[in-house]
Design a protein. Structure first.
Length: 255
């Protein structure tokens, strides 16, 4: 197993849509209806002034997908040391880190142990799990899988007390989706690639009283959400293929 957040782990994820960023695929934008669509809409809604429709993906989505497309052209498997060093330099330059992230990374093992103890589970770590339909284009790195049950966990260790309070107050997965959809869809991506029936969103802060250090919010697998995620990944893969076709025939020198 490749340890998470190592240079080898980052290399493995190049060019892949990953769980931590998958929520960007759920974003939409609006565009004008065609004449035919508008006429049909007016038939059904004669008093409506709506002239636009909601279409999958936003500018942020395409920015993300374009970056992932171009990562496929990094010389990852080159025998040249200079090329391999260039890839590692790219990873270092584009791997964002700050005090809050370092805090979360440091406390994650403690949080995992506390979660296992509280829930009575044996929780084991795994490496990157590819999505079986597109193993070279998507996957997830679960924080833990549960040996006794078909479930797993996503662990967050908020740097600030107010963020942990926000997590403590969540009572339903819908609240998590509404306020922090990136975490919600991260959990769903993990369920998709592992086939698990539930995923626990775990928030841990070591500084407050033990009774409130750990929050566990269970997200039970909803096939409607799974299918929506699958559809968005399918659309993203089609975009990948379209961009690959364009790049394969592109002229790099135009005189």
């Amino acid at each position: 197993m490749i340890e998470q957040r190592t240079i080898e782990w980052h290399r493995q994820r190049l060019g892949l849509m990953t769980a931590s960023e998958i929520s960007v695929l759920m974003k939409d934008h609006k565009e004008p209806m065609t004449e035919g669509e508008l006429a049909e809409w007016k038939k059904l809604n004669p008093k409506s002034r709506v002239t636009t429709k909601t279409v999958p993906f936003s500018d942020a989505t395409f920015t993300y997908l374009n970056r992932k497309v171009m990562e496929h052209y990094l010389p990852i498997n080159s025998t040249s040391e200079d090329a391999r060093n260039a890839v590692d330099e790219y990873i270092e330059e584009h791997s964002f880190s700050n005090r809050a992230m370092d805090f979360g990374t440091f406390w994650e093992p403690t949080a995992r142990n506390k979660y296992a103890e509280m829930m009575g589970y044996e929780v084991f770590e795994v490496g990157f799990v590819p999505y079986d339909k597109y193993p070279n284009l998507a996957g997830a790195s679960p924080d833990g899988l549960i040996r006794e049950e078909k479930g797993g966990c996503e662990i967050k260790c908020p740097y600030t007390l107010d963020k942990h309070l926000q997590h403590l107050l969540y009572e339903t997965p819908e609240e998590l989706k509404e306020n922090e959809e990136e975490y919600y869809w991260q959990c769903y991506m993990a369920m998709l690639v592992t086939g698990c029936e539930f995923w626990d969103f775990v928030s841990f802060n070591p500084y407050i009283s033990k009774s409130k250090q750990l929050k566990v919010l269970r997200i039970k697998r909803d096939e409607d959400e799974i299918n929506l995620l699958k559809e968005r990944i399918d659309l993203a893969v089609e975009y990948f293929k379209e961009q690959f076709r364009k790049i394969d025939v592109i002229k790099t020198i135009i005189k």
